[in-house]
Design a protein around this ligand. Structure first.
Ligand SMILES: [Zn+2]
Length: 285
């Protein structure tokens, strides 16, 4: 059976500082052969690069919309320089995590709204300049993200992933038509996520990649309700080792074979991030 690829996890997050090697080893034991580590801010570029090399994984460089508030204008120049410096690193697979967040109220107001839009578009341009795919953060922002892709793409297709996608079928189809894959993860495991589950069940397999977004987006078996948290239970930490169990939920929704999903999602991940294909043949760590 093809191994699982976690196309989105933040192993550089402080939640993993104490035991990242054990977390990665546990994922490997459960069949996760590869993790893609998107950066969220310039200060973490070296961390994701080092972790990807340490574990035989891959990484992306970018400035996440939730980190735009603290980013300097100069950070775009730093990103450009880092993409140039590591252009021959086979483990650098994308520009990401970039995008727009219209869920956090503060980011909806001027001037942060315009600032995140500016950072998004400028980073799309950098992805084009360096010939790299994009890993997109989509939260209530699908239409504006699509607008940016169309404006910067100039009619040429994109490669990459709309991560943690949770929009309409029409938005899904528009991302796919532009060349992107859609990332599905822990959100699928909630029975109330009817719309998302329907998309997971019905979209073509070639359009789907799997991800955990660890340490965030806990699947329902790790989720603590507000009352449980008020009673002192910490929110369950998601980790890449949860991916096979999350994938089983999709297997159930699609009424298909796990090995078939593993193979198809493996292919989709390599199509979204073409440098992954060569990495699969490099010796693991
Ligand atoms: Zn993320």
């Amino acid at each position: 059976m093809a191994g699982w690829i976690d196309t989105h996890c933040h192993l550089d997050a402080p939640e993993f500082a104490a035991d990242v090697a054990a977390v990665r080893a546990r994922a490997r034991e459960r069949g996760v052969v590869h993790c893609v580590l998107p950066a969220v801010q310039v200060a973490h570029f070296e961390a994701v690069r080092a972790l990807a090399h340490q574990f035989g994984d891959s990484y992306a460089l970018g400035i996440h919309p939730l980190y735009v508030k603290d980013a300097l204008d100069d950070d775009l120049t730093r990103l450009d320089a880092a993409l140039t410096e590591h252009r021959d690193d086979p483990r650098l697979v994308a520009v990401g995590e970039i995008g727009l967040d219209y869920f956090v109220p503060e980011l909806l107001q001027s001037p942060l709204r315009e600032r995140q839009e500016y950072f998004y578009v400028e980073q799309l341009k950098l992805a084009r300049k360096h010939g790299l795919p994009v890993i997109l953060h989509v939260r209530r922002s699908a239409d504006m993200l699509l607008k940016g892709l169309r404006a910067v793409g100039g009619g040429q297709p994109w490669q990459g992933i709309a991560h943690a996608f949770n929009g309409s079928l029409q938005q899904a189809e528009t991302f796919i038509a532009l060349g992107l894959k859609l990332g599905f993860g822990g959100a699928l495991t909630y029975e109330r996520a009817q719309n998302l589950r329907r998309l997971g069940a019905e979209l073509p397999l070639e359009a789907i990649v799997l991800e955990t977004d660890a340490p965030d987006m806990p699947p329902h078996w790790l989720y603590q309700t507000a009352e449980q948290r008020a009673a002192g239970q910490a929110q369950g930490r998601n980790e890449p080792g949860e991916l096979p169990r999350i994938a089983q939920v999709l297997v159930g929704l699609r009424e298909m074979d796990a090995a078939e999903l593993a193979l198809a999602s493996h292919r989709s991940a390599c199509a979204a991030l073409p440098r992954l294909a060569a990495l699969m043949d490099l010796p693991g760590v």
